[in-house]
Write a protein that binds this ligand. Structure first.
Ligand code: ADP
Length: 709
């Protein structure tokens, strides 16, 4: 407060002092003027001329306008040159430069004139018409200074300018090219920087912002170590020093990343030399090759998995090897389970990077296996058919999976961090699942890991399916050759018999010129027997090929089954004396079915009952209605029976359960019978009756429904 007062006091004193001095000078001037007016005028003129010359020759454009209309009173050469206009004196600014109107030039002058406030701007864009009339943008450092008369009123304006157009244009061009450089370098998926010889960043593209999370302005001027941290700098330093020693360096390395993880980089440092050949700095190009490297590793991993899967058809071993491959590349723990009809899932492979945790994994599987209705990662997998992905296995998630506190405890002991279960799908059917988990490191599964695990599972499933198809094809080929040899053999036996009898008769005829009627009768009987066997075999072969082609067609008619079966039983009885056939049936039992095909089934079952009870004995044939809409036909013998392991297969093509000489056919009879029964919508079963032997039971619906077949 005191200070301000003091300075104001000083100012006032100074003003009073100056006023006094002016009054003195004016007094002296008046004195001098009256004493020597001519000389004074001359001196004033000289000063004027001098000033004029200075102004006229000034390299800066200069003009003085007068009055509110801004009439040019003085214009220097430079002003004329720059404006491209001449003979301006006496003309108004608006008249000479109509283009100034609306650009702020004329308006600013008006304002200066009106307010008496000078106007200054370091960079003012002005559009000036060229001689050809085209407006050209030019930049000026401008000052409009008001000129006041002795009364202090504004009567004119001094315009002084300094043209900056060339500098501004150069600056703009530089900015443009810098902008382009940024645009280009920013659009590249690489980190580009210029590092000076003090190892400080001088230029960085946007890649640095993304990588380090700092803006480019923050990075500029920073030392390498400051940005990369001591760990990163340790890696980079020797290469930076080499580059600053004038060498071009290329290297790859693993460096820390902002998320706490690491990245695989490929870097090139190219030194920058000055005219004297001294290194000024270097350009660094850094590529984040982590993804490419990971893709390569993943590809290699998949190739290895495929190799493994292709080596053997024994899937338990192969899947075990695949689990070994997955650990540790893709998981710390990997288990592979296959769907098992009885147990839900059967564990075929399990591997843990930490042998100590194998036992925990085992306990988990033994004590908390998949069971329908209970919590288990396989539950959702089976329900949705899709992988279950748990990138972050939190305590909360574990407690959702756990069935009991003990279960949770085991899961905790495993230290599950991240996990996934991936289905093994063959032809739309889930045949098993892969379980993968991270338990030992801070790694977390990503979608890429999930895709990779799914790809391995897919390849495993495909390989398993291919192996199954291969095995099936092999079995089919084997069956076919077996069939051919059986068929050839079976067809040959009756044919040889036939031939034998014919030759026998012919020999007799050649030798004696006549035939013995007794022998002829016996031979003809045998020939008839063999040809009907031949006929039966050929019919069976034809039936099988019809079945395979889906062309075994039924011709159903309403049939009384009682006399039909009765006739078959009687005919069979006529062929044997060792067996006693009995037939039990209601008085009448009508059904809609193909009588020829049904008879074929009955004949086959009764023939088998005779064939496979070589010691003879009773054979019971029973026809009944049970329950109300189902016909039940049973054929029971007391023969050699069918050993349990064979029972499931006796309806298969060419399957024969016994080795001995039982006048066997080709193992086709039961296969054809089952097809016929099933085409009628029924079923055929085999059982061992009390007291031994074999019983076949045929169930047929009373009414044939073609849609059911
Ligand atoms: P095959 O022409 O060989 O008799 P099938 O298809 O009729 O062929 O029978 C298949 C196999 O089932 C037979 O080879 C035989 O081992 C067994 N089998 C069929 N019926 C009986 C039966 N009643 N008792 C014991 N085994 C039987």
């Amino acid at each position: 407060m005191e200070l301000t007062n003091l300075s104001q006091q000083n100012d006032n004193q100074e003003v009073t002092r100056l006023k006094q001095r002016i009054a003195e000078l004016e007094e002296q001037l008046a004195l001098v003027q009256t004493e020597n007016p001519v000389q004074i005028n001359q001196e004033v003129q000289e000063v004027r001329d001098y000033l004029n010359n200075v102004f006229v020759q000034s390299p800066m454009p200069f003009a003085i306008t007068k009055g509110p209309g801004h009439i040019f009173e003085l214009v220097n050469v430079r002003y004329e040159q720059l404006s491209g206009k001449q003979e301006l004196i006496g003309k108004s600014l608006r008249e000479v430069f109509p283009e100034f109107e609306g650009q702020g030039v004329a308006e600013r002058l008006d304002e200066v004139y009106r307010t008496g406030q000078p106007f200054y701007t370091p960079q003012f864009p002005v559009k000036i018409a060229r001689s050809d009339g085209i407006l050209e943008e030019r930049f000026f450092n401008l000052t409009y200074q008001p000129i006041r008369n002795l009364q202090g009123q504004v009567e004119g304006i001094i315009q002084v300018g300094f043209e900056l157009t060339a500098q501004i244009q150069a600056q703009q061009a530089l900015q443009r090219s810098e902008g382009q450089l940024h645009l280009i370098t920013n659009s590249l998926p690489v980190l580009i920087s210029y590092v000076d010889k003090e190892q400080r960043y001088r230029f960085n593209n946007k890649g640095y912002e993304d990588w380090f999370g700092h803006s480019r302005a923050e990075v500029a001027g920073k030392h390498l170590e400051e940005l990369l941290g001591s760990e990163g700098y340790k890696v980079v330093r020797p290469y930076a020093e080499q580059a600053l020693a004038g060498q071009t360096v290329t290297y790859h390395s693993v460096v820390p990343y902002k998320d706490g993880g690491t990245r695989f980089i490929e870097a090139s440092y190219v030194p920058d030399f000055d005219e004297q050949g001294q290194v000024k700095g270097f350009v660094a190009l850094v590529v984040d090759a982590s993804e490419r490297k990971r893709d390569e590793e993943n590809e290699r991993f998949l190739a290895q998995a495929s190799n493994l899967l292709g080596t053997t058809l024994d899937y338990d071993t192969t899947l075990h090897n695949v689990a070994q491959l997955i650990v540790p590349f893709l998981a710390d723990w990997c288990s592979i389970d296959l769907v098992d009809e009885q147990k839900g899932f059967r564990r075929v492979a399990s591997s843990h990077v930490n042998p100590g945790k194998q036992a925990i994994v085992h306990t988990l599987f033994e004590h908390y296996p998949y069971e329908p209705g209970k919590t288990h990662p396989f539950k959702e997998l089976l329900h949705t058919g899709r992988s279950q992905f748990f990138p972050e296995l939190s305590e909360q998630q574990l407690s959702l999976i756990a069935r009991s506190p003990e279960h949770l405890q085991i899961l905790r002991e495993l230290d599950l961090k991240s996990g996934m279960t991936v289905p093994l799908v063959v032809r739309g059917q889930i045949i098993g699942a892969f379980t993968l988990a991270i338990t030992e490191s801070d790694r977390r599964y990503s979608q890429i890991d999930l895709k990779l695990a799914e790809e391995v599972a897919h390849r495993a499933a495909t390989a398993m399916d291919n192996a199954r198809l291969y095995q099936e094809a092999q079995t089919a080929i084997q069956n076919r050759s077996e069939f051919l040899s059986i068929a050839a053999h079976e067809l040959k036996t009756p044919l040889t018999g036939l031939q034998g009898y014919v030759q026998l008769l012919m020999r007799q005829l050649t030798k004696t010129g006549q035939l013995d009627p007794v022998r002829v009768e016996r031979a003809l009987q045998a020939i008839s027997q063999q040809s009907s066997k031949l006929n039966k075999l050929l019919s069976q072969l034809l039936d099988v090929s019809r079945i395979e082609a889906g062309r075994l067609l039924l011709e159903p008619v309403v049939t009384n089954l009682v006399p039909l079966v009765e006739t078959v039983v009687a005919t069979a009885q006529a062929t044997t004396t060792e067996h006693t056939l009995t037939f039990t049936a209601p008085a009448e039992l009508e059904a809609l079915l193909d009588p020829v095909r049904f008879e074929q089934v009955v004949v086959n079952l009764i023939d088998n009952a005779i064939k496979y009870s070589p010691q003879g004995g009773p054979i019971g044939v029973e026809l009944q209605l049970a329950p109300a809409t189902t016909i039940c036909l049973t054929v029971t013998d007391r023969g050699i029976g069918i050993p349990a392991p064979h029972r499931a297969h006796i309806f298969d093509r060419f399957y024969q359960a016994h080795d001995g000489n039982y006048l066997k056919g080709m193992g086709l009879g039961l296969h054809i019978s089952r097809e016929i029964v099933e085409l009628h919508g029924g079923r055929i079963e085999v059982e061992t009756p009390e007291g031994g032997g074999t019983r076949f039971v045929v169930y047929l619906p009373l009414t044939y429904d073609p849609a059911a077949g």
